[in-house]
Design a protein around this ligand. Structure first.
Ligand code: 5GP
Length: 208
């Protein structure tokens, strides 16, 4: 069926992809959920992953937890907009769902890493990308420890990878904004403000 046949009277041109990235422990998930709550009509993209589910995760809300075989089948069917390997596990963004939500005029929030963000930007160049930074490197380590989620060995690995990712984020040139997450509420407010400003700029551009 041709693409336009799916257009509903309620669809708008307001659709936008918002990428939120940041190292583990920078508060990215809390900020992402805060933005989702603060912007009416925004939706969070639930990725598929092969990583273990932790007590903090809700199936179908935070991730779709799948086996390696399932993941590879989904990938071979072209079900992912992008996939990435993070800490030795696979993650993928659902393609059809994201494209559908954009068409509906939604703000589609992708909480993905830098490699994923680069790949999404190549396919959807007008995606808006925010990178969340910890106030300092030592605070990143402290926060990873205070979550009490992983062993010290994994914490150290995430810390080192986080530092490398921050460097990559600074130099890759795809992030529209960086937010230093000092006070959580301020960071959420800042992210919402950036997104709302960007959307109204685009709306004005369309009506100019
Ligand atoms: P965690 O296992 O801590 O939930 O996530 C690990 C990292 O994977 C985070 O940086 C998160 O943003 C990223 N991530 C989660 N889902 C996806 C995805 O679908 N694609 C990519 N590229 N990264 C993802």
């Amino acid at each position: 069926m041709p693409e336009h046949a799916h257009r509903l009277p309620t669809d708008t041109d307001d659709g936008m992809v918002l990428i939120i990235s940041g190292p583990s422990g920078a508060g990215k998930t809390t900020i992402t959920r805060g933005v989702e709550r603060g912007i009416p009509g925004s939706v969070f993209s639930v990725s598929a992953t092969t990583r273990q589910r932790t007590d903090a995760d809700v199936e179908g809300v935070d991730y779709r937890f799948v086996t390696d075989d399932d993941f590879e089948t989904m990938k071979s069917r072209g079900e992912f907009l992008e996939t990435a390997g993070v800490y030795g596990k696979k993650y993928g963004t659902p393609k059809a769902w994201v494209l559908e939500q954009i068409k509906r005029g939604r703000l589609v929030i992708l909480e993905i890493d830098v490699q994923g963000a680069i790949s999404v930007k190549q396919q959807i160049p007008d995606a808006y990308a925010i990178y969340i930074l910890p106030p300092s490197e030592s605070s990143l380590l402290e926060r990873l420890r205070s979550r009490k989620r992983e062993s010290e060995e994994i914490i150290q690995r995430r810390y080192e990878q986080g530092r490398a990712e921050i460097e990559q984020a600074r130099t890759c040139g795809i992030y529209n904004a960086f937010i230093v997450n000092d006070v959580l509420e301020d960071s959420i407010r800042k992210a919402i403000e950036l997104v709302n400003d960007e959307r109204s700029r685009r709306r004005q551009g369309r009506h100019a």
